[in-house]
Design a protein around this ligand. Sequence first.
Ligand code: CA
Length: 655
Amino acid sequence: MVKNRFTLIYMVWMSAFLGLFCTGCTAMSDSVSSPDGKIQVAFSLTDEGKPVYSVRMDNKEVLKPSPLGLVRNDQSFAEKLTLANVFKTETVRDQYDMLLGKKKHCRYQANRKVFTLKNPQGGAMQVIFQVSNDGVAFRYAFPDKSDKTCSVTREQTGFAFDAETVSWLHPMQPGQSGWSRTQPSYEEHYAIEQPVGKPSPMKEGWSFPALFKTPDNVWVLLCDTDVDGQYCATRLAHDSTGGIYHIAFPHPKEHRGEQDPVSPEIQLPFVSPWRIIVIGRTLSPVIESTLMTDVALPSILNEANFVKPGKAAWHWLRYSDESSTLPVAEQFLDFAAKMKWQYILIDANWDNNIGYEKMADFVQKAKTKNVDVILWYNSNGPWNDAPMSPKNRMHEKSVRREEFARLQKMGVKGVKVDFFGGDKQATMQLYIELFKDAADFGIMVNCHGATIPRGWQRTYPNLVSMEAVKGMEYCTFDQRNADLQAQHCTVLPFTRNAIGSMDFTPIVFNPRIRGVRLKTTLAFELALSVVFESGVQHFGLVPEEFELMPEYVVKFLQTVPAAWDTTRFVDGYPGQYVVIARKSGDTWTIAGINGTNDKKSISLDLSFIPDNASGTLITDGADRTFSQKLLEKSALRKATIEMQPRGGFVIIVNP
Ligand code: CA
């Protein structure tokens, strides 16, 4: 059965008829806790009838009383509200498998509580909370039926932090700004460990996900998820005076500008996307939580066997737009085959430089070497001026389906679609239609110049990755980005990559690229293959760099998984260093990077690995070389690792 949001609403209504709601509905304040009792959400109405909620963990304040409410073009649900009923707390349980990402088998358990509010016109709005041991999810619903369409003009939703809280935030970019009007593309450096309340540098607020640390050292990660074509993606507003961050809508110029409204147009009954608050006394939940997909709609694909995580060779990072030629493609195909990578990505302008016919032959040749082909596309429409082609093949449904049918016939397995530039409802609809249409033809999708994945990798498992990061390409564009790379990379696992696959396009071993000198070490770069998660991991390496790799590094890159059974936070601090352990089959791989300019010595707690396991450590040797060392079981369990300035390491645990 294809589940949709109306099924969910139906379930809410049925539980009302079954008498699950309580009778003492005059109470002005109520609460719901996580299954382990550690996280508590309190909900109440103010004297003016404004809904507010607050969050505590282990009795420490996480969020102060924070505003809730939506304003529609026809009615307001932001004040003068009364509590119509409170449903009894229900237990919600779910489990599901992911084809890619940080965890294969995901389990979810939460306590769910629904508050129904009425405005003076008699209109009803529900606030739905689900509290799990790793955080809080909440959403709004309008349960009433109506034939007419209305729009949500404003969200009152906010997150009120103590003024002493610090934040790691990504500045949002204005609509249709930047190179060829391709922004927003979520490609900025984070403002690292800043006091809350600071306005954003580009006056457009801050994009999700947003990381905070309260004065009691409680970590909080905010995001929106399960965004569908009924709503827009959201952000945190520019003004956060006093540490109160409000949800804001996209910039008016995004997508086709005035032709596409900022306010999402909705049909009733309606449920909004979820807003999630991952909460932890340590950084473990931030790295390990699957809340983004736990509350997202289950897969709607009938068949997803064609989705295969893997690694890809890619020519563009080193050789840029004019390198999508047959001779370059042939070289990288040989390289991919030698590295036992599953894919080769041919980037922009392949249609002009190679052409469809020769590409079809190339795809067949690649298959004889066990390599599949991914092709680049411009998302187009009138929302960008990027000249690269193929153009005008992705934004109109009939053309797009025709193109996917052609690609399927050619044997192409994936597309990389670039330059979306927006978060409006119209762009959300484009993404979702693109995922669905591609799935119909057995095509995997990777979006660049894009928004963040908002729970979609569960609903549309053929979405293998999204960019939405200041990735490796920026480190090749100018020296300042290369200088900041090491620190930037230690923020991403706790922020952008914590909420979904991230196509950073890691690993360059040559210290010079496009006139820029990279500041990271060889082992730092190698570790990114594990520290960063992407369903298809596109490496920045080029065939010449094969010579820079000892045999054990070649073997590591041949065998390192692109999708994981499970993921564990080992150690780290955003902006300084990070160590992550990931398991695939029986093998744990542990990887760390140092974002600072000083040597860093860390003692690892690896008590989660099997008692008798030994390991192989790959780290930096002298003078830009690798070194390899066997760690016997005692040395492994109490491993002390010294990372070079902007260095890193990888440990492969032998089961
Ligand atoms: Ca980009």
